[in-house]
Structure formats: structure tokens, C-alpha cells
Design a protein around this ligand. Sequence first.
Ligand SMILES: *Cc1c(COP(=O)(O)O)cnc(C)c1O
Length: 415
Amino acid sequence: MNNELNIKEKTINLLNEAEQQVQEQFKNQEEICLYNSIKVLNAFKKHNISEIHFNQTTGYGYNDLGREKIEQVYSEIFKSEDSLVRNQFISGTHALATTLFALLRPNDTLLSITGLPYDTLHEVIGIKENKSSLKSYGINYEQIDLVDNDFNYELIKETLKNKTIKVVEIQRSKGYSTRKSITLDKLEKVINTIRKIDQNVIIMVDNCYCEFVNKKEPIELGADITVGSLIKNLGAGITTNGAYVTGRKDLIQLVAERLNVPGQGKEVGPTQNSNKAILQGLYLAPNVVKNSIKTAILTAKALENLGYKTEPKYNEQRADIVQNIIFGNSEKVIKYTQGIQMGSAIDSNAIPTPWDMPGYEDQIIMASGSFVQGSSIEISCDAPIREPYIAYQQGSLTYEYGKIAVAKAIDNIEQ
Ligand SMILES: *Cc1c(COP(=O)(O)O)cnc(C)c1O
């Protein structure tokens, strides 16, 4: 690395040394990337994607050939019956909320078995008061916390035996919690446990940040429906907004009617020039996820070498693209996040500071020097300003840009 960016010599050496030490982990990720690239290409070939599918519709969006093909390609990749991949979804939270409202009716019960859900779902569920929450419609919520980063199997079994649960929600990625993300092994085990007791309960997986990190996706392990954002893994920085929901056909129909209109379901929804970007994002996603994970592994190793606590460790199995650094004090977490901003492409001269964000409980500092607003498949770092002061770093469209941003961030904390 030359020094036009004013990175300290010792930081460059630190990163180069860490890079040498993680080659085995990088190889593993390259193998997964090849596997998922074949999966994507096969889906494109099987569904005969061609230039005509880049066309757009306006107005009602009837007979949008590209949109229909995209949803078939998603179903192929996720091994699901049907999919809804739409730019009308504002965000991952919007898709999750739409799915919950679609599946639950008054007096039904939603059960989260991964503890407190992602911050922005608190007002959706009614954990935090809101006049438009599920709770305001008479939908009950129950929660079973993780125990030592694993499911509380006994309590899950007991609850399913004694109560009528409509939807079990499993959030794989940790959100802003201190727990570990849920690996595929754990997900498979808990789904099998649930199915032994209850064949009908709907198992819904929040798959944000987890797509293409491993070789399988939740539907293959027995989940009924899974949800994720297109400005995270599957958009690869190319797709400018939207989200997907994939799974059982009857459930996708309910979600489509809730997002759009009862009676019109999947048949409407103008794509307005988004089809090409959705397809191209998906095409690049295996590689961009690989770059993100390589950046995460390098970050973990470099910071571990400096004596910082990380989660996951550089050589641990990964479930998502998120890398935590546990700083233990607010000054370092702020400086690190500001350093990531300095090493980003857009607004590199802006200095982020902690602020109140809609849907979040604590003040949050966010570095997101991204092409797509709030996109966290691009190099980004955020931290709620609370104990134990954890930085949540995600992404990088390329490994090299990731390495540079991390160098700027380390420089900013190691004076
Ligand atoms: C990002 C994320 C969401 C949704 O976030 P949006 O910013 O609304 O797209 C939901 N759950 C988890 C675990 C996430 O990481």
C-alpha cells in the first residue's frame, strides 16, 4: 500500500501481516463464492434470462416480464415455491413488517425464539408503544431468549406444546445485540425440534445479512418463509432499494396482498427501471458477499493482533457479514466509526456523530460513505452508544476498499 491516503506505516504493516495469517479463511470463502456463483448462474440459465427482462413497467405494473422472471430466479436460488421481490418495499424492516401483518390475525400469537428482535421491529410488534403496531390489532407477542448463544430448546418445546403459536420468528443476524448470529447448524437443529412438535406453525426467518455467507439458505432447512433486504447482501451495491420475501406459495400470496391490494396480489407493482439492477445485483452478490467477509476476517485478525476483543473471531464460523469490535469505551467506538467514514468513497470529509434515529432506542453513530443511502453491503460501521460500546462493521463492495477503510479506522484509534 502506498501512502497517498496518509496511513501510518505501522498500520500498513499490521494489515499486511494479518492478511498473511488469514489465507486459509479466505480460501474457504472463495470456495463458497464459487458454489453460490454457480447457483446464481444456473438459475439465470434455467429461467432463460435475456435482455427483454431488463424492460420496465409503469402505472399498475401488469404483466411485467422481468419482475416475474426475477421472482422465479429467487425461488430457484432459495429452493422455495414462490417469491416476492419488489422495489415497493422500502427496506428490510418494511418487508418484515408486511410479512408479519400478512401472516397474523387478531388473537394470534407471534413467538420470537431469538430474544428481542431487531430495534426497528419494536414499534411494529408493539414492544414499544405505537398506535399502528401488531399489538394494537390484538396480536400477541411472546419471546424466548437465547441461552449461551443457543436456543432454549426446552422452553421452546414446552411453549409449543402448551400454547397455540401462529408464527415463530427467528432472527439470524445479531442486530445491535451482544449475542452471536445463528449459524445454519443451529437453525437446522431448532427447525427440526419445532417440527417434531408442531407441523403447522409458520417458521419465519429474518435472513438479513446472511444470504450467500454459506452454501444453504433457510428454506432448504425447513423454514416456511424468509425475508431480507436488497440494499444488503443480495443487492451487491447495485440494487438501489427493495426487499425480498420467499417461501411457501400460500404465504407469499398473503404477503403480496398485504403489500399491494387484496385481489391483486403479485399481479401488480410497476418496476420502474429496477429489473436490471435487481438482476445484476443478484449476479454480483456471491462475490460482493465474499469481499465483505474477507474484509470482516481481516478486520478481526488485525484488531485481535492489537489486543482488541472481536466477535466473531477471525477463524470462527460465520453466519452473516457483520464484524463486531468490542471497544468497551465510547471514545474508541466513535473514533473507529469516524475512521471508516474517512476511508469511504462518498462523503469522506463528513465526520459522523451519535444521533437519535427513528426506530432505534439509543443514540447511534453511523459511518456509511455509500452510493446507496444507508446501504450496509458497502463498507459501513455503526454503533449504538451504550455499554459495551460495540462497533458493528459490515460490507465492502471490494476487498481492497475494505482493507483501506479499515486501515483509516485503525489509524484513527491507534494514535
Ligand atoms: C438490517 C436488518 C433488518 C432490516 O433493516 P432495514 O435497515 O430496515 O433494511 C432487519 N433485521 C436485521 C437482523 C437486520 O440486520
